[in-house]
Design a protein around this ligand. Structure first.
Ligand code: NAD
Length: 360
């Protein structure tokens, strides 16, 4: 029996997590997986019920279960609260409490959606890459940091710092992930300028010795940014630090052209994982059954792959999504971008994926 903690959150969160859960319930028995679900509150929903964006009880459940499927948090109702009490704080806290140091964001262009990208279909088709970003170190957390007045001038500083243990553990996530894919890791850095990047190159090379079956290359971050829009299909796994990963994962996401299609996973030690769509709570369309649930359904596929070690079940879901899109079904957000057919709602899209499970 494998347990999954579902935290629907706010806005479209409850709608899209419901569809992902239904897909998991349908795929489980097909792969001898017994799944048990429990639900908890996070974000605005938790503020309304308990006065805090994340309760200690939910943190404890998440730690114990170790596998969380999350919708999205936030919305105008909670925007005026002080920063440390806002809905989004719940998300930051749960990531921290679970020690999630690796953020995995795949950018896959489904052939049927190649026209949704702002880039030429001939450039984006066949894009299937995975950005692995270090999430808990680097310049966003390094000290000293802060502002001061020096000789009458305003000055500000941040510190980029990594130690070899932090680099080694994220490098292992990248090499392990590449083994599940096309066996290629591109390490992205700025070693011509930064000592921190030089250490990354050194440590990544050392870890690579344990993965002779995976090919490793090193790429400067500036040229990687260019190659991503020129030839995105050349990349398999991109491994990088917090700052570069923040920027490159958004760039890679734009290649696909559709926010409603992008899943993510954040991993900690020992298989702990948090799986969520990249998009937010989309308050503008919440409660209208028009949200695209595919990003969350694809996040559920990542959960099967990384936390439950069920890659065949994950692939079953991905193939089903592919099939549904090939058959011309679209939610509103991707229908307008590709001019395809009549848009279906969130629940109907979930149902279509369930029906397509196991189809060839
Ligand atoms: P958003 O991602 O919620 O929405 C941006 C646009 O994309 C909107 O037009 C929305 O309708 C559309 N969209 C998003 N997801 C969609 C889906 N599944 N199907 C169809 N269309 C979709 O970003 P935003 O509007 O900047 O933020 C709204 C709220 O979400 C804010 O409170 C913000 O803080 C929060 N937020 C939460 C997360 C998270 O929980 N991880 C991430 C980003 C933003």
């Amino acid at each position: 029996m494998r347990r999954i903690l579902v935290l629907p959150g706010d806005g479209v969160g409850p709608e899209v997590t419901l569809e992902a859960r239904r897909v998991l319930e349908a795929v489980g028995p097909r792969h001898d997986l017994k799944l048990e679900f429990e639900e908890g509150l996070i974000g605005g929903a938790s503020i309304d019920a308990l006065g805090t964006p994340l309760s200690d009880a939910v943190v404890a459940r998440a730690r114990e279960v170790g596998c969380v499927l999350l919708g999205a948090v936030g919305g105008p109702k909670w925007d005026d609260l002080p920063v440390d009490q806002r809905a989004e704080r719940g998300l930051l806290r749960i990531r921290k409490e679970l020690g999630l140091f690796a953020n995995l964001r795949p950018a896959t262009v489904f052939p049927a959606l190649a026209g949704a990208s702002t880039l030429l279909p001939s450039v984006v088709e066949a894009t299937d890459l995975l950005v692995i970003r270090e999430l808990t170190g680097g310049i966003y957390f390094g000290t000293p940091r802060g502002r001061s007045i020096v000789e009458g001038r305003r000055e500000a500083r941040n510190t980029m710092v990594y130690d070899e243990v932090e680099i080694a553990r994220i490098a292992r996530v990248a090499f392990e992930s590449a083994r599940l894919r096309r066996q290629h890791v591109t390490h992205v850095h700025k070693a011509n300028v930064l000592e921190v990047s030089q250490l990354w190159v050194e440590v990544v090379n050392e870890i690579a010795a344990d993965y002779a079956d995976v090919e490793l290359s090193h790429q400067l971050v500036d040229s990687c940014a260019m190659l991503l829009v020129r030839e995105p299909a050349r990349f398999d796994v991109i491994l990088t630090g917090n700052l570069f990963g923040d920027i490159l994962s958004d760039e890679a996401a734009m290649i696909t052209g559709s926010l409603g299609m992008l899943p993510s996973a954040s991993l900690g030690d020992g298989g702990v994982g948090l799986y969520e769509p990249v998009h937010g709570s989309a308050p503008d369309i919440a409660g209208r059954d028009v949200a695209n649930p595919l990003a969350t359904i694809l996040s559920a596929a990542m959960l099967l792959e990384y936390s439950l070690e069920a890659p065949a079940a994950a692939e079953d879901i991905r193939r089903a999504v592919d099939r549904v899109l090939e058959n011309g079904h679209r939610t509103q957000d991707i229908a307008s971008a590709t001019d395809a057919g009549k848009a279906v709602g969130c629940a109907a899209m979930g149902e279509l994926v369930i029906e397509a499970l196991g189809s060839e």
